[in-house]
Design a protein around this ligand. Structure first.
Ligand code: CLR
Length: 264
């Protein structure tokens, strides 16, 4: 039974025994998700590592803080939209995603793209000084003061901290991002069954990778993270509605079209 302790039961093992050929398919699925993640991640980890201690000066922070609410919102909306665009590119290369109907692809991106941006944020986060890579340097929460939504910013930074604590590898992060995106429980899906099949295959890929890395227990923690993500995104939408009510002109004419399309 010592052996059993070393190799906890994994449902995938049965699958591998029954269908040895599908192991290859899972490997291929994982490889293409990992490749897609790498090609759409904007910065390599080594590059970010090298920039880690490049922080904003007092004057630069002051300049962000003296922007008006709408200037800063517009600025952040542009940055976020840029990041979302890479996530859309990532999604297109998740096996099975492009086979979904146009409507379902949009429905998944509407709720999932912001969540994936927040998952990806941990690559751009320095837990030592609680800063995130923004506009070419590392920024603390004070940089975002003029957005007037400190609770959201604090929650986003908290989430990044929690994600960093899991110390995911790039491969685990890639598969987790795909799983966040392909979620059959999202509202207004036409063909839930088909989304579910894609979701199952991604789930299998993630299980496979975690098992291979001897980190099966991470799955549970990742599911917990997904619940936090969901609440963060409703908070983002709530803030966006609050902002659009007070600054309808900025929200209407100065926000990037994709930002409006996905979140408005
Ligand atoms: C996330 C990972 C992406 C690159 C990237 C781009 C923009 C960053 C984002 C990351 C993290 C969150 C971020 C954002 C710009 C503004 C936003 C710093 C690093 C903060 C939290 C403000 C949100 C404001 C909204 C309420 C408009 O690959």
């Amino acid at each position: 039974h010592d052996l059993m302790a070393l190799h906890p039961y994994n449902p995938l093992d049965d699958l591998y025994n029954l269908y040895p050929h599908s192991l290859r398919n899972i490997d291929e699925l994982c490889a293409s998700i990992v490749r897609s993640h790498r090609e759409t991640s904007q910065y390599r980890l080594e590059e970010l590592q090298a920039l880690r201690w490049k922080v904003f000066s007092r004057e630069e922070i002051q300049a962000y803080q003296s922007k008006t609410v709408d200037e800063m919102w517009q600025h952040c909306a542009v940055r976020l939209t840029d990041a979302v665009q890479y996530v859309v590119e990532f999604a297109k290369h998740v096996p099975g995603f492009r086979m979904l109907s146009q409507n379902d692809q949009i429905a998944l991106l509407k709720t999932g793209s912001m969540e994936v941006v927040l998952v990806r944020m941990c690559r751009f986060f320095n837990t030592v000084n609680n800063t995130v890579f923004f506009d070419g340097k590392f920024a603390g929460t004070e940089v975002f003061k003029s957005l007037a939504c400190n609770d959201l910013i604090a929650a986003v930074f908290d989430f990044a901290h929690g994600m960093c604590a899991l110390k995911l590898t790039e491969q685990q992060l890639a598969l987790f991002s795909a799983l966040v995106l392909v979620n059959a429980d999202r509202p207004s899906l036409e063909d839930r069954g088909r989304v579910q099949r894609v979701q199952r295959s991604v789930e299998m890929g993630l299980t496979h990778i975690l098992h291979r890395d001897n980190q099966d227990s991470l799955m549970h923690k990742l599911h917990q993270r997904m619940a936090v993500l969901c609440s963060l995104c409703s908070l983002h939408m709530e803030k966006l509605r609050w902002f659009s009510q007070r600054h309808p002109l900025t929200a209407h004419s100065l926000f990037p079209p994709l930002y409006k399309e996905l979140f408005a």
